[in-house]
Design a protein around this ligand. Structure first.
Ligand code: RAM
Length: 907
């Protein structure tokens, strides 16, 4: 790259690269800058949007707008038209006035923007009663002819249940579990596919298979199914435009035919049965005779609920090869994938017609090394394939996923060849944005386990676990993990979609169901599996309504999510306010409390910290965030009202839970962590509370005792209040209980309990023991923020201003973190060499960073061998420096820097 050259790259619209089928009328455009110099800032941008790639038909030209904004610039031109593709490009000027070239051209394409464009009918299969539990997945087909010279062709499609679409025998697209899981009766996504290249002149055929999925299949744990409906159905439109401008529309209607397919049963929890002998050769190809197929039935269903896909679709993200095959003491043939993963097994097999393959899936082996499925409860996770017997056959399931590391070959014809088995990992296709590594390999494994926890539980919605008969969007789990998750991957769209469901399912009184989407949203109180009084009330779960949008705002600078969720947050806080006699305390109702904490009573899942304490603390915390949000959005009246509310909640909290001499009334770690992290106590009392927490962790308990509520903030509370070494001690501890204890037991994901496998090798009871539960993986944000040192800044969110503030400690000699922000790559890497420290950082263009060189004195700091002192004018990109208590604080612009300095207090 030549000097001074400025490039624009990674153009995105609504976080996506060249998306098809969005229905947002003011989509937001973002781009990144690249240049050789340090301190690059944008001073102006110009965006052009056109109907053609050559920009001869421009619909929006901003001219140069003086602005640093390069993230989420709202399209503000003439109204965007349905089904239309818009090309866009960006040019910028930097702070010196130099102009970049035009960026490459990118595009987005609008979906079916107007609801009345849905001319197709909902069709369902009528070939037999749909209410039987064991039921073949229906297949549908339709013949049609097209002429030559097609310019473009798009399919818009959605379903009740899950669909797989094919055109002329080929699977359309690489999305799985479509149309995704939303509040089905009110919000149903459709997907858009470009099928121009799949069509051919003359005869063509469309094929659809429907699976039960979340809509109709088993959900929750009482052997109940059909939560949303008991009839799967599909709606689809194929729009063809010819070169000469002619248009054609093909849609689902009465003319389609349907019959039973070879998928005998498919269910998210239970697995799939596929009888290859029942395959109908050529069923989704042209020139097939479907005379004996049944007529379809038209369903009178709402089309108003259809909306364009909102998040990244689920895709096959990676493939893994098995590690080994072995025989267990009980004589079972078992394959070890070497990784607890979520997705399915693709296998090849040869045998006679009618031979079977039966695979069972499990996360762990038991104490005797036998295959163990007790913890899956009612989820069978079983794949059964019946061979058709013509040479090599291969199979992978369609509408089910398994959480597993081990596969038992319950039935298998002939010799097993390990290379015939591949693990296919599926999850929402979010961009991976974070990496962490350090000199302690056990912590690196912990980090990998956190990542795998996210891969396994971000399959369209944030689930608690991916294996047992649960797999639900528990709000509490999502709330504690959202920060870590958002460093790891770009979760903005994933959570935007989920929050819209949250908002949609929020109860009239403002409370939030504990699982979103809530399968029981329309189930009467008497028939519910989770009773209403439990499901709609818990602190730390409902608070997802405030904490999740706030975190997305901080990480991606996304103000729109705050606006979208504002009324929902407010209603939630008002709900709390209306509980009980005292509007400033939350001391009524059911709460999950410090779930699974180690200070719980025998036979209880709930930690020792009282409900009233946890609930009031969260009440204050959510109110404090809501107040900031009201300030950001400029809602002055709310700012007034809620600052007053917050003040009173804190006063009442203190009256209730802080003694006159400044001790907390509850002698638990979690109580102390919340009081500190949520800033609930008077300044003069902090010291005593911090010291007490340190004493509990270090001497009284000797380790952590926290559950879902205290754990995420435990290390933060210690490290930001003068006890970083104690936080490191907790992090690096390998004995039970600790984050690394599961690693010593060979864990490859995060466990639900600190001791899902106990020290003697036995397990927690089957009733609730998941080996892939991300909640305790929330330690990840401490790795990014404190060990590695990459932090957001509330004044300039989305990493427009970055705080790089690593705090080396424990046995660590080095650490490195990377986060791909909306502005580009941020790196913070440090090494301790004798009594010196080396810090290499990278700050993306159009941002600035405040960098703290820990324990440094200005006098010894060198950047790329140049002594900093008295030399800043020589060092490009460094604007300021000063000695502070923690070390040296610098302000820098974009670029790569390499600092080297002597430690003031060498270890
Ligand atoms: C369990 C879930 C989840 C937790 C709830 C309260 O069933 O697995 O992790 O949030 O209970």
């Amino acid at each position: 790259m030549e000097k001074n050259k400025l490039d624009i790259y990674d153009l995105k619209v609504e976080y996506r690269k060249n998306p098809l089928g969005i229905d947002n009328l003011n989509p937001r455009i973002s781009w990144k800058l690249k240049g050789n110099e340090r301190g690059i800032k944008q001073s102006a941008y110009k965006i052009q949007v056109a109907l053609d790639e050559n920009f001869s038909n421009i619909v929006w030209d901003t001219s140069f707008v003086k602005s640093e904004q390069s993230v989420h610039v709202k399209y503000d031109g003439p109204e965007l038209k349905s089904k239309t593709r818009y090309y866009y490009r960006v040019q910028i000027k930097d702070q010196k006035g130099s102009k970049s070239d035009w960026s490459n051209t990118a595009y987005w394409e609008m979906g079916l923007v107007n609801k009345n464009e849905w001319e197709a009918e909902w069709i369902t299969s009528d070939y037999k009663n749909q209410n039987e539990k064991l039921q073949s997945c229906p297949i549908f087909r339709k013949d049609f002819t097209v002429n030559d010279n097609i310019k473009k062709a798009r399919i818009y499609i959605s379903s009740f249940g899950l669909y797989e679409l094919s055109l002329n025998g080929k699977r359309v697209g690489d999305y799985y579990f479509t149309p995704g899981w939303t509040t089905y009766d009110q919000r149903l996504q459709y997907q858009t596919y470009d099928v121009t290249d799949l069509l051919k002149e003359g005869d063509n055929a469309l094929g659809v298979i429907l699976g039960d999925g979340w809509y109709k299949g088993d959900l929750m744990w009482n052997d109940k199914r059909g939560f949303y409906g008991d009839q799967t159905a599909v709606i689809m439109q194929l729009h063809i435009i010819y070169q000469d401008g002619r248009k054609e529309l093909l849609k689902t209607d009465q003319s389609w035919k349907s019959t039973a397919g070879p998928i005998i049963m498919s269910d998210i929890y239970q697995g799939e049965i596929y009888d290859a002998r029942e395959e109908i050769s050529g069923w989704n190809q042209p020139a097939f005779n479907a005379e004996d197929w049944s007529e379809v039935k038209i369903l009178d269903q709402d089309k108003e609920i259809l909306l364009a896909q909102e998040n990244e679709a689920v895709k096959k993200i990676e493939k893994i090869k098995p590690e080994k095959i072995f025989t267990t003491p009980a004589g079972e043939t078992v394959i070890d994938m070497g990784q607890n993963m979520v997705g399915w097994i693709h296998f090849k097999v040869e045998g006679k017609a009618g031979d079977k393959v039966i695979l069972k899936h499990a996360e762990v082996l038991d104490q005797d090394d036998n295959f163990y499925t007790g913890n899956l409860r009612g989820a069978e996770q079983k794949i059964e394939y019946i061979l058709k017997g013509d040479g090599q056959e291969s199979f992978e399931p369609h509408f089910t996923f398994q959480g597993f590391r081990y596969i038992k070959l319950e039935v298998y014809p002939g010799e097993v060849d390990l290379s015939d088995f591949t693990g296919v990992v599926l999850h929402s296709d979010m961009e991976r944005t974070g990496e962490f590594s350090c000199s302690n390999s056990m912590i690196n494994q912990l980090f990998e386990n956190i990542i795998w926890g996210q891969k396994g539980n971000f399959l369209d919605i944030p689930t608690d676990c991916p294996q047992r008969d649960e797999r639900l969007g528990w709000t509490g789990d999502a709330q504690v993990f959202v920060q870590t998750a958002s460093y790891n991957m770009n979760t903005a769209l994933f959570f935007t979609k989920w929050l819209r469901d949250l908002k949609c399912e929020q109860i009239d009184n403002g409370s939030i169901p504990a699982v979103i989407p809530d399968p029981e949203v329309n189930i009467s109180a008497e028939e519910r599996i989770i009773p209403v009084e439990i499901e709609h009330t818990s602190a730390a779960w409902g608070d997802a309504a405030v904490i999740v949008p706030w975190t997305i705002y901080l990480t991606y600078g996304d103000e729109q999510i705050l606006k979208e969720q504002y009324e929902s947050m407010k209603a939630y806080i008002e709900y709390i306010r209306n509980q009980g006699e005292n509007e400033y305390l939350w001391n009524t109702g059911f709460h999950f409390g410090d779930w699974l904490a180690l200070d719980s009573k025998e036979n209880s899942y709930k930690g020792a910290t009282s409900d009233d304490f946890v609930a009031t603390a969260y009440y204050a915390y959510s109110t404090s965030l809501f107040l900031k949000i009201a300030e950001i959005l400029g809602y002055k009246e709310d700012v007034r009202e809620y600052s007053d509310l917050l003040k009173k909640i804190k006063e009442n909290f203190r009256k209730e839970f802080v003694t006159p001499n400044g001790r907390l009334s509850e002698p638990t770690q979690t109580a102390h962590v919340l009081a500190l992290y949520f800033d609930l106590v008077k300044e003069e009392n902090r010291k005593r509370i911090i010291d007490t927490l340190a004493e509990y962790v270090d001497q009284r308990d000797g380790h952590l005792t926290t559950g879902f509520v205290g754990t995420p903030y435990l290390c933060h509370a210690l490290s930001s209040n003068g006890y970083p070494e104690l936080a490191y001690k907790l992090l690096e501890r390998e004995e039970y209980p600790s984050w690394l204890y599961p690693v010593t037991k060979g864990a490859t994901t995060i466990w639900e309990h600190w001791d899902s496998i106990k020290e003697d090798g036995s397990f927690w009871p089957d009733a609730m023991n998941s080996f892939n539960h991300y909640a305790y993986g929330a330690i990840g944000d401490w790795l990014y923020q404190v060990v590695g040192g990459i932090n957001t800044n509330e004044e300039e969110p989305g990493f427009k201003k970055i705080i790089i503030d690593p705090k080396p400690g424990g046995s660590l000699k080095s650490a490195r973190v990377r986060h791909e922000s909306m502005y580009g790559k941020i790196i913070s890497e440090w090494k301790l060499i004798d009594n010196r420290m080396k810090m290499e950082i990278e700050v993306p263009p159009n941002t600035t960073a405040v960098v703290i060189l820990p324990d440094a004195l200005v006098d010894t700091v060198r950047e790329n061998d140049i002594l900093l002192k008295n030399n800043t004018h020589n060092i490009e990109g460094i604007y300021n420096y000063k000695d502070i208590d923690e070390g040296v604080e610098l302000e820098v612009g974009s670029g790569k820097y390499c600092f080297d300095f002597k430690l003031d207090t060498p270890a």
